[in-house]
Design a protein around this ligand. Structure first.
Ligand code: DI6
Ligand code: FE
Length: 407
């Protein structure tokens, strides 16, 4: 069964046309994959059997990819947000059990069904922005059972068929209270028990580490990456978010698909990313929410040709913002990325950050028919405007999901 989309303006992000709009274009979908994408061709249309859909001049881009989220958790931290704005010091909140560990408690107490329905609500926000693939991390369980529980919820979201999910085990996110003063022992648990269990049940596509003074050291991160590599899982890092420990270069050398945050990355770190073709994932939501002033080294990343991705980092502590288009706008305003770099950052480069560059992130023959149809006239509008419901539909493996009330 084929489907022919006509009367559309096409932005493929593929090497031949990239960001350039192909007007009056045509896309043919066969068995969930792109079989043609390019200028309108009357004879091709007449040769093709199937349903013809008039897209009424919609702009069609690859479906957007949010390559870094913590979408599965229970509770929220609005109370702490409010306390801080009322002058309560962070230390007081932390001593009273606030911060990441309050989310850990709530997540441990929640059932899989509860976590699933909470995550689905948050996901609705991302879908409104045309997201067809999302990465979801664990990291609020911090026991074998609770980490696997989070990953099972993430996998179940992917089985709903209207969005693709890539899962990441982030057991090395924070030190659980049971291991206070024994962080090396916790890393041993992560390497010897949690990673093997997640690999055995096929629950994780990748493994991530929070490599930071308040997280885990580079030596501990290396142990986690080694265990992940030994189990054939991809690796990624939360690195150089608050200080420069060299975690990004370490992760790149060990084969990381991406390193994320990277406000404090130095030139040697950028060189390591360039040498290993590691994606630099920018998270402007956390930059905004933490009122960070240290800029990621955008000029150096550009100069050395490091691919940049952009993501929401959706999480209850530092980025409670379920909008990838808001992140595109913030990447322009805070980091001075161009709208072209932003669209690349949520399509082709985000796919690379997930090791999915062969199957999605571009509109190219043979790739999955994962598309977003927009009521906009130029791709720059996607980074320019926030909050206006511009999305008409998402297409996942050739299947259409219309945005309610916006057909
Ligand atoms: N960096 C972050 O910004 C989040 N995790 C991390 O490693 C914060 C997560 C939270 O506060 O719940
Ligand atoms: Fe994160």
């Amino acid at each position: 069964m084929e489907r022919i989309l006509t009367h559309l303006n096409l932005v493929t992000m593929a090497p031949d046309h990239g960001y350039q709009v192909i007007e009056n274009a045509m896309v043919i979908i066969r068995e969930g994959k792109i079989s043609y994408a390019g200028p309108y061709q009357a004879d091709l249309l007449s040769q093709t059997k199937g349903e013809v859909m008039d897209c009424q001049q919609a702009l069609v881009t690859p479906g957007l990819i949010d390559c870094h989220t913590h979408l599965v958790f229970a509770g929220n931290r609005a109370n702490e947000f409010e306390q801080r704005l009322n002058g309560v010091p962070y230390e007081t909140i932390a001593k009273a059990g606030g911060g990441i560990l309050s989310t850990v408690r709530a997540t441990r107490d929640a059932t899989e069904d509860e976590l699933f329905s909470l995550a689905m609500e948050r996901l609705a926000g991302l879908k409104r922005d045309g997201v067809t693939t999302v990465e979801i991390k664990s990291g609020y369980g911090l026991t074998t059972n609770d980490e696997l529980k989070m990953l099972r919820v993430a996998r179940r979201i992917g089985e709903q068929a209207d969005i693709k999910v890539s899962t990441t085990l982030l057991a090395a996110h924070a030190l659980p209270p049971e291991f206070a003063g024994r962080s090396d022992d916790y890393i041993t648990l992560v390497c010897d028990e949690i990673i093997p269990a997640a690999a055995k049940e096929n629950l994780a596509d990748a493994v991530d580490v929070f490599c930071e003074g308040i997280g885990f050291s580079t030596a501990q991160s290396a142990r986690v990456f080694e265990a992940a590599n030994a189990h054939g899982l991809m690796i990624k890092g939360h690195t150089e978010q608050l200080s420069n420990l060299g975690g990004s270069a370490l992760a790149a050398r060990m084969g990381a698909k991406s390193v994320d945050h990277i406000e404090y990355l130095d030139e040697a770190g950028v060189d390591a990313l360039a040498a290993h073709n590691t994606v630099a994932t920018l998270l402007p939501g956390a930059f905004y929410f933490l009122r960070e002033t240290q800029q990621p080294p955008i000029a150096l990343l550009r100069e050395k040709g490091v691919p940049m991705a952009i993501s929401t980092d959706f999480n209850p502590g530092t980025s409670p913002i379920a909008s990838l288009r808001t992140m595109m706008n913030m990447a322009c305003t805070f980091f001075r990325l161009t709208p072209e770099e932003c669209l690349r950052g949520v399509t082709v480069n985000a796919a690379q950050a997930l090791g999915m560059q062969e199957s999605c992130g571009q509109i190219q023959v043979g790739m999955a028919a994962d598309l977003a149809l927009w009521r906009v006239s130029s791709p720059a509008e996607l980074s320019y405007r926030m909050g206006v419901p511009d999305l008409i539909a998402r297409v996942v493996d050739g299947e259409f999901f219309y945005q309610p009330d916006n057909r």
